[in-house]
Design a binder for this molecule. Sequence first.
Ligand SMILES: [Fe+2]
Length: 389
Amino acid sequence: MIDYRLRTRIVAGEGAIERLGALAKEIGVGKAVIVSDSGVVDAGLYDSGARSLAAAGIETQGFHALSENPTTTHVDSGLEIARQFEPDLIVGLGGGSSMDCAKGINFLYSCGGKMADYWGVGKAGKPMLPFIAIPTTSGTGSEMQSFALISDPDTHVKMACGDSHAAAAIAILDPLLTLTQPPKVTALTGIDALTHALETYVTTKRNAVSECFSREAWSLLSRGFPRVIEDGSDIAARTQMQLGAAFGGMAIEASMLGAAHALANPLTAFLGVPHGQAVGLMMPHVVRFNHAMVEHRYEELAHLLPNVSRDDRRSGAEIVADRFTDWLRMAGLATRLSDLESWDGSQDSSRIEEQLHAMSEMAGKQWTGSFNPRPASVTDYLALYRTAM
Ligand SMILES: [Fe+2]
């Protein structure tokens, strides 16, 4: 059964951030907390948002004390600011971390309790403050999702807290905001978005609606990614990446993700590998692992790729996996576990084995893996890590 409603209004185009104040006014609010990390502030993007709100007569308060993979500690600090300021709008202006943290603050400010109370789906169960999401990277698609990913600062476990009330009322997609990203961030977030298009197209939960978003995300991202890696100032390519990432987020909302994300989370938790690098490195191996179950779907995606010859004799999975590896190389990212900066190859082999086993156990516990088209056991995850070595 399909139950689909577009909850988030999309306002997209060059300079769209200038409409923030007018859009907030339309919602009928007067006080906004803007959640942006310090990088967004330094790039001057926070000021663009605050200026637009001020011009519309909306009082603003910034919250910037957050970092990558926001934790409950960051959310609690933001909550403190919100309680003092008493906003009627939350704005998340930044990458996935800023938007996730903004959603987390909204959960606690609007509904009380602690972040762990909302771990799962539909735990808020009541309206929250209106939320406007303004991404400055093209990656997570958080602007189109009802999930906040908030980590436990002690265990590093990422809590996925989802509720339809947490979804943004409006997503402002302004490609000019993504021009200030360092090349490495463009590469990491772009690869992450590509894995979203690819994984969502084959999960057990996919449906006809999510497939539309996955296909369009794949087409846009596979064309935009090589261009944006070559020339970060290519605004047309930035636009493709931004829309592709948002469509990927819309696909995730219906279809969830798969084994590449299950394998990536332990790499981040154990070795501190950035999410885009972790999930990108594992992706080609997961495609080959899934091949027999969903080859026809990989063939469809292979046909959508630019520059694939009609005479190419490789399977769809091979074409997609090889192209993915090409993108990693093009972006200067590692293609093997043993090439990761944080991988300590000097350890003795028993220590490495111990680490691979611990990561596989953790991968086996990831909810996201349960939607992979080919069921994956802890033994399968171990084999996939070994292949990726
Ligand atoms: Fe991801």
